[in-house]
Write a protein that binds this ligand. Structure first.
Ligand SMILES: Cc1cc2nc3c(=O)[nH]c(=O)nc-3n(C[C@H](O)[C@H](O)[C@H](O)COP(=O)(O)O)c2cc1C
Length: 323
């Protein structure tokens, strides 16, 4: 066992989280994470309607009797999804924890707190972490520049972001971005976090419902095989490097607008990559941690390996340094 206060507050065995992932955070993966003693999040917006989310939560419950959560990614948009309805489904379903991300969660906190749903807020800067702590969330997930998806615009890697946040955050804090093995977990604990959140590493497991080509590409990819798209639009996203991501970077660097890349970045194309394994069909999300992913284990094998090796690392190599 490797327990931290995160385990106590969020009711899980291991200080390991599987963050919300669009098109990936489904019942098969999340229940496997729960059954392995870690904390997995279904992704609310992967479900086309709030009613479908309720069904997915029920499906996950059939696959595990251990705690799991739901990720609610709030992205400001012209035609936003019905966030309040998704939130109400989360509250009514009785799940014990929600991962909020993308935007200030203030509007949704009273409903979660009133129902006793623990809130783990994921953000990419110390100032946003401090703000969320002031708002009364139960935990922070701090996502460094290495991460898959949206790293923000500050470009602060975990080696600085995590201890900088730890100096200001008093509630349980999870380090995110670039974690994939026991070395990362031990480093996160040393930097002041209470555990780790992983996205990309959990995609490359047997239970994640994406095409094998995607998982295999993650094994083959190096740490250099991601692109930062939408930089000039100040809405940066780290994605797997492929023909489409390179084209998008080229167009925007040359002064193009979102309209010029709209078709290339369409969500449906990215979703099709994950489903069909046609890797150059669209944009799909992956992080630098690909560089240390070398296999496609089951979730249980992955979690057990990380926890076991972390213990060995602490009691072996690190303890040895003291002599
Ligand atoms: C395929 C994929 C989809 C993702 N979709 C979301 C999402 O919808 N909402 C969200 O908050 N984070 C999303 N993320 C980010 C992860 O939850 C997590 O913060 C990130 O992957 C951590 O970095 P890592 O990949 O280096 O572990 C996604 C990540 C991946 C790999």
């Amino acid at each position: 066992m490797l327990r931290t206060r995160f385990c106590e507050v969020f009711g899980v065995e291991h200080p390991i989280v599987q963050g919300g992932m669009q098109w990936v955070g489904r019942a098969e993966l999340v229940s496997a994470v729960a059954n392995a003693g870690a904390l997995g999040f279904l992704t609310a917006l992967t479900q086309p309607t709030p009613e479908d989310l309720a069904k997915e939560i029920a499906r996950c419950r059939e696959l595990t009797d251990r705690p799991f959560g739901v990720n609610l990614t709030i992205l400001p948009s012209i035609n936003p999804p019905p966030y309040a309805e998704y939130r109400d489904v989360i509250v009514e379903s009785g799940v014990s924890v929600v991962e909020t991300a993308g935007f200030n969660p203030a509007e949704h906190l009273p409903a979660f707190q009133g129902a006793g749903v623990k809130v783990l807020h994921k953000c990419t800067s110390v100032r946003h972490a401090v703000k969320a702590q002031e708002l009364g969330v139960d935990g922070i997930s701090i996502d460094g520049f290495e991460c898959a998806g949206h790293p923000g615009e500050d470009d602060i890697p975990g080696l600085v972001l995590i201890p900088a946040a730890a100096d200001r955050i008093t509630i349980p804090m999870i380090a995110s971005g670039g974690f994939g093995d026991a070395r990362g977990l031990v480093a996160a604990l040393a930097l002041g976090a209470d555990g780790i959140n992983m996205g990309t590493r959990f995609v490359a497991t047997r239970e994640s419902q994406v095409h094998d080509n995607v998982k295999q590409r993650m094994v083959e990819a190096t740490e250099r095989d991601t692109d930062l798209i939408f930089r000039p639009l100040r809405n940066t996203a780290r994605v797997a490097r492929n023909a489409v991501s390179q084209e998008v970077v080229k167009i925007l660097d040359a002064g193009g607008t979102f309209e010029d890349v709209r078709d290339l970045v369409a969500g449906v194309r990215g979703r099709t990559v994950l489903e069909t394994g046609d890797l150059d069909l669209g944009i799909w999300t992956a992080g630098m941690v690909q560089g240390i992913i070398r296999d496609i284990p089951t979730v249980a094998e992955l979690v057990t390996r990380i926890v076991t090796e972390a213990r060995e690392l602490i009691s072996g190599r690190l303890a040895g340094v003291l002599n």
